[in-house]
Design a protein around this ligand. Structure first.
Ligand code: GLC
Length: 464
């Protein structure tokens, strides 16, 4: 009897040890809040790989707010937030649906414009905070098919074109919804009653729409959530939504605004403890890399949605340098376009995208699939690396024809301008670094790129 008891206890201990060892082996940093869709680091890297390779994408903010085009009762600083910033009652805002008839919308042109700019993915607002849906949703009548004279499923047309032209389609979907009667809280200024509103029912509606988006529009690359900051959304709901999306489509990448982990506009978060696959700095570029995946989203002027008065456009040079700066820190750049109510990209956006595309034609190799810079600080520009190459992005071209490079462990096999790969550049080495003989004139007016090739993966001299 005694022996029997001892055996039982012994077996119990062995069982507990085996189970907890198994648990510890399965858990890795990526298990965090998302254990039911856990993956190994290798599986995670595999899922993120197209996105890390891509580096450059297009954000599109489009909806009913394109009709007022930023102006309401003489005030001209509105955009996609106009319902709230101009305090337009929902019933009145709904009337824009009658005017939403963007007959000049052409999915082929939009996708081509993104592609020619060198962008590899498009993130479009399936639904912004105003609740209006650019797709045919069976769960609401407040969509482009049921509520507008246009009656064309914009996301379907884009999905077909993206597939044809080899661009990843992704959706921005707002958690906050100023239109749905079950969404809470109400805006402080509005008179709609909150009586009978049921937030859980709203969440079921939103998840139903997410399911529609993930099943009816092909292979979706990213679900980009936003509007997670109100009190009704919490960590549990965020984790649940993350699980839901990954269960529906295991390959989807999800931003960190799905949960509550985001730290304001810096977009930083703790990926070990909060849901989401990447950080989302908004309108800013971090000073250094973040140690995890991130994507800066940014406008070309000062508004996301179309604003006919906003002429504060960033220059082509600035945008190219921002792309380079972001990629040199290991991030992605999601650059926004706010189309007009007619369905066109603003001319100023198109010009800038063309300039970026022209630059990418010559220099994309130094962007796609590259890693962050090896150097903490380069006074004349930025740098990226890829296998045996280092790319130097020169923002300030030297007047004296000599570009001073930092000290590297090994000498380079070759050096050339990406704009002219057949001409070798001479490098002189000294104790303080390498000195590259470059043409007097910068080959590119915005950012000139120099490639150094090595016979192995380059490393920095540990004792410069
Ligand atoms: C914000 C805004 C929104 C915009 C978004 C882009 O959170 O609410 O209008 O869509 O950022 O990142």
């Amino acid at each position: 009897m005694k022996v029997n008891n001892f055996l039982k206890t012994f077996l119990k201990i062995v069982f507990i040890l085996v189970v907890s060892a198994g648990f510890m082996m399965c858990s890795n940093p990526k298990d965090k809040e998302t254990s039911s869709v856990s993956e190994t680091q290798e599986q995670h890297d595999q899922r993120m790989s197209w996105w890390r390779e891509a580096r450059f994408g297009m954000f599109i903010h489009w909806g009913l707010y394109a009709i007022p085009a930023g102006e309401w009762k003489g005030e001209t600083d509105h955009a996609e937030w106009i319902l709230t910033t101009a305090q337009i009652p929902v019933k009145e805002y709904e009337k824009f649906t009658d005017q939403f008839n963007p007959v000049q919308f052409n999915a082929e042109d939009w996708v081509k414009t993104a592609k020619n700019a060198g962008m590899k993915y498009i993130v479009i607002t399936s639904k912004h905070h105003d609740g209006f849906c650019l797709f045919d949703s069976r769960l609401t009548k407040y969509d482009v098919i049921d509520a507008t004279p246009f009656k064309r499923d914009i996301l379907k047309e884009l999905s077909d074109e993206c597939q044809k032209q080899g661009i990843r389609l992704c959706f921005y979907h707002s958690i906050m919804d100023w239109h749905h009667s079950d969404y809470l809280p109400r805006r402080k200024w509005e008179s709609r009653s909150a009586k009978g509103a049921d937030f859980d029912r709203y969440v079921r509606y939103m998840k139903g729409q997410v399911k529609e988006l993930l099943t009816n529009y092909g292979d979706i690359g990213v679900m980009w959530f936003d509007g997670e900051w109100e009190d009704t959304w919490n960590k549990e709901r965020g984790t649940d939504l993350y699980h839901y999306v990954r269960t529906l489509r295991p390959s989807v990448i999800i931003n960190n605004r799905v949960g509550k982990g985001r730290q304001g506009m810096s977009g930083t978060y703790d990926p070990e403890s909060a849901a989401g696959d990447f950080g989302t700095p908004e309108q800013e570029i971090p000073d250094t890399g973040l140690g995890y995946d991130w994507e800066t989203c940014m406008t070309m002027n000062d508004h996301w949605g179309y604003n006919k008065h906003d002429d504060n456009w960033k220059s082509e040079k600035d945008l190219i340098q921002k792309l380079v700066d972001i990629v040199s820190k290991g991030g992605n750049f999601l650059l926004n376009v706010g189309p007009t109510a007619q369905g066109l990209f603003p001319e100023s956006s198109v010009q800038r995208l063309e300039a970026m595309g022209k630059w990418m034609e010559t220099n994309a190799e130094s962007i796609y699939g590259t890693n962050a810079s090896l150097f903490a600080d380069l006074k004349w520009g930025r740098s990226t690396t890829k296998s045996n190459q280092i790319f130097f992005h020169v923002f300030e071209w030297p007047d004296n024809g000599i570009l001073d490079l930092p000290v590297l462990e090994k000498e380079a096999e070759s050096a050339y301008l990406l704009a002219d790969p057949d001409t070798q550049l001479e490098i002189e080495y000294s104790g303080t670094g390498a000195h590259l003989h470059v043409p007097k004139q910068a080959p590119d007016p915005h950012v000139s790129v120099i490639t150094l090739e090595f016979n192995q993966t380059p490393t920095i001299n540990p004792n410069p």
